[in-house]
Design a protein around this ligand. Structure first.
Ligand SMILES: N[C@@H](CCC(=O)N[C@@H](CS)C(=O)NCC(=O)O)C(=O)O
Length: 209
């Protein structure tokens, strides 16, 4: 399989965490977002959305959308499971992942920030708005996570929720978003020592700058 990604792309990073948790090795192909490599015709032929990540299967099938890819990998390699066992806990874990992937992250996307700047908003205003969205989202995340048993987001081992949370924390740092998030910081510290999260970290990727 080939994972098309970029070291700093948080959506690609989610998939890298899942791959590492499951011990699946893939070929990695980097597409430099700032150089617009995701807008080249060969990449658009893979994903007409022009977004990373893309997982290309051995038979040429193309998968897009990080959470869909993550669940595909879980279907393919059920161990260790990516979601808790109980139906309600599974829904809660998916909700945390979607809160991050659908509601927080899109606002820091390159195309959104570029469009805002083109509309005349200054850099500080654009980054400030992105930071506000991250802060509000992670505040909600902190409250929700307080309802679930740790030490990871959902119990004793990492799930899809942790795979979404850790890259988003990196974005929070990039945009200067801070909050009173003891539960989130405890999970972050735990993941910092976990081999899968270490291997998937942006700084550990061949295209890291
Ligand atoms: N919902 C998509 C989001 C994908 C996405 O936004 N990818 C970013 C990188 S993290 C991207 O390719 N951005 C390109 C752009 O904004 O032009 C997913 O979860 O895979």
């Amino acid at each position: 399989m080939i994972l098309h990604g970029y070291f700093r792309s948080t959506s690609s990073w989610r998939v890298r965490i899942v791959l590492a948790l499951k011990g699946i090795t893939v070929e990695q192909r980097a597409h430099h977002l700032r150089r617009g490599e995701h807008q080249r015709p060969d990449f658009l032929a893979l994903n007409p959305q022009g977004q990373l990540p893309v997982l290309e299967l051995d038979d040429g099938t193309v998968l897009t959308q990080s959470l869909a890819i993550a669940e595909y990998l879980d279907d393919l390699h059920p161990e260790p499971p990516l979601l808790p066992a109980a139906p309600v806990a599974r829904a809660h874990a998916r909700a945390i992942a979607q809160l991050i992937a659908c509601d927080i992250h899109p606002v820091q996307n390159l195309r959104v920030l570029t469009r805002l700047r083109a509309m005349g908003h200054g850099d500080a205003e654009v980054k400030g708005w992105a930071a506000d969205v991250i802060r509000e989202g992670l505040d909600a995340c902190e409250t929700l996570l307080g309802r679930y048993e740790g030490p990871y987001c959902f119990g004793a081992s990492p799930t899809l929720a942790d795979a979404a949370l850790i890259p988003q924390l990196a974005n929070a740092r990039r945009f200067g978003a801070e909050g009173d998030w003891p539960r989130i910081h405890a999970i972050t510290a735990l993941c910092a020592d976990h081999p899968a999260f270490i291997a998937a970290d942006a700084s550990a990727q061949p295209d890291a700058e």
